[in-house]
Design a binder for this molecule. Structure first.
Ligand SMILES: Nc1ncnc2c1ncn2[C@@H]1O[C@H](COP(=O)(O)OP(=O)(O)OP(=O)(O)O)[C@@H](O)[C@H]1O
Length: 253
């Protein structure tokens, strides 16, 4: 089998992910492994398959969206692309030194302060201490957290948590950005601000983005292609309007 197409930032081929076999890995191991191509090939056996034989790709500089009803496997697939989960069958190749998963459930160490978590996340994304320091003031200002930046993240509301997560990834600007539902959290003002920032990030021809979101209207303005997952399977992957129209029709008639 030949290597990945050089125009692709992410290539997901026939991936199956089953819970029970699939374990969330130690954070330090995750940091070490997140940028390596993953080629684990084991049988999924009788475990619950959250993602079944799914293939899609993201070109360099492209933004794609993932839609699907609750429990269709979107977050699981995104977690596998980020390296948080291994795959049971198939292969995921990620081509970048700087990759970040923006998600409400992962990433921060709850006992550490927002300030400390900025460094932790920055390192996880592949940035150096100097690069993080150079962006620190901008991250803190964008987050609007004020004095809370020195408080443990476990004291944050979900909106505050997402503000910090979004600020880190939008200011440090990784080459590959994986966004899980984060645009739908936060107050209206921050949502508008983050949507505008996301649009600006996406227009950078060097950045590749995957967005998981239930708001088809947000996705329409941001994505060139959409993957529709249904009960763990890839039901459609193609041009944004075509897939979203079919998805809306399926969901609401
Ligand atoms: N840790 C876990 N252990 C076992 N099963 C899980 C686990 N996490 C998710 N699942 C199951 O895997 C399936 C896919 O879940 P996943 O969170 O990936 O879906 P999703 O499309 O992101 O859902 P939502 O839109 O509700 O966020 C669901 O049936 C869910 O119950």
């Amino acid at each position: 089998m030949s290597g990945i197409d050089t125009e692709l930032a992410i290539d997901v081929k026939n991936v199956t992910i089953a819970y029970r076999n699939t374990t969330a890995v130690n954070y330090r191991i995750f940091l070490k492994n997140m940028l390596k191509p993953r080629k684990k090939q084991i049988s999924a056996g009788n475990d619950f398959q959250a993602v079944k034989n799914v293939s899609f790709n993201v070109r360099k500089g492209e933004t794609i969206g993932i839609v699907g009803e609750n429990g269709s496997g979107k977050s699981t697939l995104l977690g596998a692309v980020a390296g948080v989960y291994g795959v049971d069958k198939g292969r995921i190749t990620v081509r970048s030194d700087h990759c970040s998963l923006l998600s409400l459930g992962t990433g921060f160490q709850s006992r550490l302060s927002g300030y400390q978590n900025i460094f932790l996340s920055g390192y996880a994304m592949g940035f150096s201490k100097e690069e993080i320091l150079a962006s620190l003031d901008e991250i803190i200002e964008f987050s609007e957290l004020g004095d809370f930046i020195q408080k443990p993240v476990k004291t944050y509301s979900s909106g505050m948590y997402s503000k910090l997560a979004f600020s880190i990834s939008s200011v440090l600007t990784p080459e590959i950005l994986l966004v899980d539902e984060i645009l739908s959290v936060g107050d209206i003002r921050f949502r508008q601000k983050s949507y505008a920032k996301m649009k600006q990030m996406i227009t950078d021809e060097h950045r590749s983005v995957i967005i998981v979101n239930h708001s088809t209207e947000s996705l329409r303005g941001l994505c060139s292609r959409i993957l529709w997952l249904h009960q763990g399977e890839g039901k459609m992957f193609g041009e944004t309007d075509e897939v979203l129209d079919a998805y809306r029709k399926f969901m609401v008639g």
